[in-house]
Design a protein around this ligand. Sequence first.
Ligand SMILES: [Zn+2]
Length: 314
Amino acid sequence: MDGLPQTMELEQAPASREAVWQRTLKAPIDCVGVGVHSGARVQMTIHPAGPDSGIVFHRTDLDRTLPARFDNVVDTRLCTVLGVPGDPTLRVGTVEHLMAALAAKGIDNALVTLDGPEVPILDGSAAPILFLLDCAGAVEQAVPRRGIEILQPVRVSDGAAFAELRPNRFGPCGLGMAMSIDFAAAAIGRQAYELQLSEASFRHELAGARTFAMAEEVEQLRAMGLARGGSLDNALVVEGARVLNPGGLRMEGEFVRHKLLDAVGDLALAGQPLHGRFVAHRSGHALNNKLLRALFADRSAWRPLPAPPALAAA
Ligand SMILES: [Zn+2]
């Protein structure tokens, strides 16, 4: 574990947990953009939804619905894709940046309608989605927010890469996150980053970090008919020690910050906020999803968060 990040332990127990209500959007909001892999032009509208409905996708072109849950993930090779095994038509790709922004904004319930197979990539980060959600506004729903408390460590790995969820020493007090990456390309190299997830930390430290690819991979993907909507406008492209985007990086550590952004979105597919610590090295969509599957397969490793005492007594 030398040199790998360890999420910060809170130095003292947090103040007693207050009632936190579920939230949805105040009004619908929409946008149009291209899917980075399909190249398809997609219109997306994010609508308010009732308490306990969670985040649900609806393909208006197919009139089919898919709940945003880890056990509906069918592909993780390039992005996180929701679908139904054996039904290649019903797919919703690249959900991770949208899921991350919704989770960070504390939006528990929303219906996301799409007229195509993929969430628009926009600028490759979560910042434009956060802006949309800010414009829509949020309302509380008078039903307590649920949550999942990690009780025992759960770890998945693939060679040197791993992802782990651990309990918080002081009980349910949100999600601490730490990620490290190690790329041969000198423009990236070794990077590590950690934070306690909140709307503010997500907004200021992760939301603007863009997705990235190696120049040689982009060529391969194009040859396979993928990354059709990809461009220097929606992804960082790296060639050895060089970042090919004319404007360069937006921030120091943009690469590892984007990996954390992806993890926020992938872990949001738990369906409820996680309370614990996420520690990962070179983890991507596949390991993040494998981690949630391992967590929920081990009933002793987690429990539903009990209602705060004030609510339980009410
Ligand atoms: Zn991403």
